[in-house]
Design a binder for this molecule. Sequence first.
Ligand SMILES: [Zn+2]
Length: 314
Amino acid sequence: MFNLHKYCCLSFKITILGSSGALPAYGRHPSAQLVEIQSRSFLVDCGEATQMQLMRLQVNFHRVNHIFISHLHGDHYLGLMGLIFTMHLQKRVTDLHVYSHRGLDEIITTQLRYSRSAPAFKIIFHRLEKGLREIIFEDEALTVETIPLSHKIRCSGFLFKEKLKPRRIDKMKLPDGLLLQQIANLKKGDDVTDEHGNVIFRNEDLTFNPRKSRSYAYCSDTAFETSFIEQIKFIDMLYHESTFMDSDEVKATETKHSTARQAATVAELAGVKTLLIGHFSARYKDLSPILEEARTVFPNCKLAVEGEEFVIDD
Ligand SMILES: [Zn+2]
């Protein structure tokens, strides 16, 4: 079926490629998500099978120029080499930016070296710093910043935030003869003035409020942690790992993962609009009890499973 959002340049969409925890199970694959914001395509984590999932969903992965890897447990990056190798075979030439904690550059370059492969595109590695909240990507429309998570090894989540958008011109009310610069000023929120600075037209009479700036946070893997609540306060959509159920809380604590109830508690404390849960343990075949558990704390919760698309409206 034709998917309008897929072709809309202003859309903000998350597509789930993998929802499984450490082991693939019951048709669920290790972690990976495609985040598409205003025509940009980002990959977040790249577990085994990511490229197969991208192909299955008919995603043109050559449009992905930035890949964010949360940490170096295999279920979050073992698909990266396969994807890079395919990009190489398909003669990609565009730079590929890879963001991760230390070590991934060594892992990838070693594999390329021993296979005597020299991709025609540059792979630019960006090292994430432990425990740091920092902006790692920025352009005219959005920022991506790291979220310090609490796991067995260095681990960061990612917060995607659209910047403030321009005010929208009310074309019905726009007077004739305005200069391009004056229209640009209106979009910025300024009034139209004459050469002496006197107001000719007030901004509020000629413009509408800007479209909403949307936000999405990816938090996997992590023990139950409230230290980053402030950073994700009131965002539109939160993905929080939910490896276990409450009945396995001891296991969750031991492995530095979260339960469904804990994920929902984070969403509740942060006042987010929608919660997605994923990274499910292979011990659970049926995911409905996990969803139910989370919904007892945070009703607007959804399962982030393979092939699901979540659109944030503006
Ligand atoms: Zn994991």
